[in-house]
Design a protein around this ligand. Structure first.
Ligand code: E4P
Length: 225
């Protein structure tokens, strides 16, 4: 599983990069706007935090393919490794053809149907981001859409990966993982929840208590070897 963090918050990124096997950070215009800072600073600061080996995804916002292409080039100028997110509108699909021809990596975003994903992959998108919770919220089936996308990628032998997105709980992440998606991007609060279990906490507390009763408070394995 390829894990990414869906945020532009530096504290959250710092914490997650330290603790978890995160290989990328994704943003969208709403996530960027929340930070209320210049876009340039946000991108440069995230890059500094995550290093050159992790992925950073940032979205274009223009409504024509030509201007999206210019936005993509400007983002690449700022961060040569950036992966540009493009929505799966008709202009977005046109932009994907233009942007991929420039050798810029693309994540197709705002995907709600497998057919949008298939066309985005054919237009040059490397990652395909279905919005799982937004589908579940309208009585759709986000997992099913993500699973069908993964199936289409296999069936047509496409050079693309599902990047399942828009999660509001751990069960949604679990369902897409079981469905075989290659990657997920998760907001920090849900990411933290992936590890939470009260029996894990009580189990670890029991180990610590038995250990310290036998060997003394604060003793680690290092003290005893
Ligand atoms: C992914 O591309 C989006 O940035 C994001 O996951 C959307 O999540 P939301 O539905 O919680 O806004």
């Amino acid at each position: 599983m390829i894990y990414m963090l869906d945020t532009a918050n530096l504290e959250a990124i710092k914490k997650a990069v330290d603790l978890y096997p995160i290989v990328g950070v994704t943003t969208n215009p709403t996530i960027i706007a929340k930070e209320n800072r210049p876009l340039r600073d946000i991108i440069l600061d995230i890059r500094e935090l995550i290093g050159s080996e992790r992925m950073l995804h940032a979205q274009v916002v223009a409504d024509t393919a030509e201007v999206m292409l210019e936005e993509a080039k400007a983002l690449r100028k700022l961060d040569p490794e950036i992966i540009v997110k493009v929505p799966v509108t008709p202009q977005g699909i046109k932009a994907m053809k233009l942007i991929s021809a420039e050798g810029i990596r693309i994540t197709a975003t705002a995907i709600l149907t497998p057919q949008q994903a298939l066309m985005a992959a054919m237009a040059g998108a490397e990652f395909l981001a279905p919005y799982v919770n937004r589908l579940d919220n309208i009585c759709g089936d986000g997992t099913q859409v993500a699973a069908e996308m993964a199936h289409l990628i296999d069936m047509y032998n496409l050079d693309a990966k599902v990047l399942a997105a828009s999660f509001k709980n751990v069960q949604q992440v679990h369902e897409v993982a079981k469905a075989g998606v290659q990657s997920v991007t998760i907001a920090p609060d849900v990411f933290d929840q992936l590890l939470v279990h009260p029996l894990t906490d009580s189990g670890v507390a029991g180990f610590m208590s038995d250990w310290h009763n036998a060997y003394g408070d604060g003793k680690t394995v290092l003290d005893l070897l």
